[in-house]
Design a protein around this ligand. Structure first.
Ligand code: ZN
Length: 91
């Protein structure tokens, strides 16, 4: 079974987001807007500040899939948001 770190490093989520969302997440990670609060091989929780709001992002492994939740509108709709990308890039 893949660990959270394996899936994050494989850039699994590239296939699940549009280019703009990915770039926004990359920017947040590069700007060190991500505080990793805890992580292990199956789950991580991070706080991401996007310049306006602060969101708690949770990432976890389900089978061979990387799942994410975030309180922002995109995250609430069940999609990978820029915050989730930023958190995954910061693991
Ligand atoms: Zn979000």
């Amino acid at each position: 079974m893949s660990t959270l770190q394996d899936l994050a490093a494989s850039q699994y989520y590239l296939h699940h987001v549009d280019r703009d969302t990915y770039k926004a997440g990359q920017y947040l990670a590069a700007e060190r807007r991500v505080v990793l609060k805890r992580d292990n091989e199956e789950q991580a929780v991070a706080e991401v500040y996007d310049g306006e709001d602060r969101y708690e992002v949770e990432l976890w492994v389900r089978g061979e899939e990387l799942e994410a939740s975030c309180g922002c509108p995109t995250g609430r709709s069940g999609q990978f948001c820029a915050h989730a990308i930023a958190a995954a890039l910061s693991i």
